[in-house]
Ligand binder design. Structure first.
Ligand code: ATP
Ligand code: MG
Length: 406
């Protein structure tokens, strides 16, 4: 497997190699770069879900997104140079100071259209401050030089991906995430690679990890938790409609937009990967649904209902500050298989009711997402179109995050 090499595995994605003699730099035409569906489905090895995900009538890429202030302010600004230097030198010769990136991310939101060039390459981006580091990727704030579009550039080293034997997951992450358009799902605008690295051009999540907010606040007030759960339910409904199962819903995989809105991230690591189970098992068990713990249950046992269970765990953790089955490894497993948990008395009866309807052992009996959105706890706290942050800052006046774009 590994001997085939990543380079060849990614060949079919027809991305620009930075070392292609600068051909990418010379191209001027702006066109959408879309990987043909026929090519994508060839790549999936037993990836029925992937085929299903892609067989949906996906519209041409929708590129209108809400991002932190961009080109207009950029061009108008006369930002001074500062000590903030980019972590890596970009290959282009543009002389704009990179610390403007930091300023740009702090400005007011606006609707902006992501340019869709035929091919992306590193020279098109000015690299800003590091946003974080994952198992395989390092993520940087970045700005597309031509338009000033602010994004996050995730850099994956091919050697690390190969060593970690996650080539397939990375490819699926790219294929699936780039076909999703929803305000509560982190968008993948495009990707490219050079001889050593793969670059993912991601929507910039201005407020970072939800996990950090939760740890800082210990637990969320009910109105905020309800708003987050409503946004999660809306995003999951959209995913399930496209036959995509996230399977790894937890606070660590949720980022927050500049208005404090939910952005689900981390696709592909476990979405359609039966052979991925061991890796999942090595991580936290807290969010694993009981049907995924059953021994000998084959590869067909999991369905979209696993995300409902995780949504229940999430609601609990938002309100209580810790996951419902948090315990020793053995005990967590045992308690999950019995749905053995207690909701503390400070949690409202409505919230408790929703948690109990989600944390049901029989996947078929879990409350469906449509009903989650209509549940009294959600109805009580979430006026349609209202977001957590709009309560904090009434002036933001943005569009409902509960409505997907299709
Ligand atoms: P894993 O390797 O398990 O996926 P991870 O999710 O932490 O771990 P990455 O997705 O590589 O790894 O991201 C690393 C960190 O960078 C994140 O935890 C987050 O803090 C930050 N980050 C990633 N993507 C973005 C983004 N689009 N906008 C803002 N910050 C981001
Ligand atoms: Mg991640």
């Amino acid at each position: 497997m590994a001997s085939r090499g990543l380079e060849s595995r990614f060949e079919h994605l027809s991305v620009t190699d930075e070392n292609d003699g600068g051909e990418g730099l010379k191209k001027t035409g702006l066109k959408s770069k879309v990987v043909p569906k026929s090519q994508l489905s060839q790549t999936s090895n037993g990836g029925n879900l992937l085929k299903m995900a892609l067989s949906n009538n996906n519209p041409a890429p929708v590129t209108t997104v809400t991002v932190p202030s961009q080109a207009a302010q950029w061009r108008g600004s006369n930002a001074p140079t500062s000590a903030t230097s980019p972590p890596r030198k970009a290959t282009s010769t543009s002389s704009r100071p990179s610390d403007e990136l930091v300023k740009a991310e702090q400005k007011a939101p606006q609707i902006y259209v992501m340019p869709q060039p035929k091919e992306f390459h590193l020279g098109m981006f000015e690299i800003g401050r590091p946003l974080g580091k994952g198992k395989f990727g390092r993520v940087y704030l970045a700005r597309e030089r031509g338009t000033g579009f602010i994004c996050a550039l995730k850099v994956l080293h091919k050697s690390e991906i190969q060593q970690g034997k996650v080539e397939k997951q990375v490819r699926r992450e790219i294929e699936i995430q780039s076909n999703l358009r929803h305000p509560n799902i982190l968008q993948l605008y495009g990707h490219f690679h050079d001889s050593k690295r793969i670059f993912l051009i991601l929507e910039f999540a201005g407020k970072g990890e939800l996990y950090k907010h939760l740890r800082r606040e210990n637990r969320f007030p009910e109105w905020k938790a309800a708003s987050y759960i409503a946004q999660m339910a809306a995003a999951l409904k959209y995913l399930h409609k496209k036959h995509v199962i996230h399977r790894d819903i937890k606070p660590e995989n949720i980022l927050m937009g500049i208005h404090g809105e939910i952005k689900i991230s981390d696709f592909g690591w476990s979405v359609h990967a039966p052979n991925n189970r061991r890796q999942t098992m090595c991580g936290t068990l807290d969010y694993l649904p009981p049907e995924m713990l059953k021994p000998g249950s084959g590869d067909n046992w999991y369905g979209e209902k696993v995300d409902l269970w995780s949504l229940g765990v999430l609601a609990y953790e938002f309100l209580v500050g810790e996951a419902p089955f948090e315990d020793t490894m053995i005990m967590t497993q045992r308690r999950i298989t019995r749905a053995d948990m207690t909701v503390p008395s400070f949690v409202s009866p409505e919230a408790k009711d929703l948690i109990k309807r989600l944390l049901v052992l029989d996947p078929e009996k879990r409350i469906p997402l449509d009903q989650v959105l209509l549940h009294p706890w959600i109805m009580k706290h979430c006026v349609k179109g209202e977001r957590a942050t709009q309560r904090e800052s009434k002036s933001s006046g943005s569009k409902s995050s509960l409505e997907g774009r299709e």
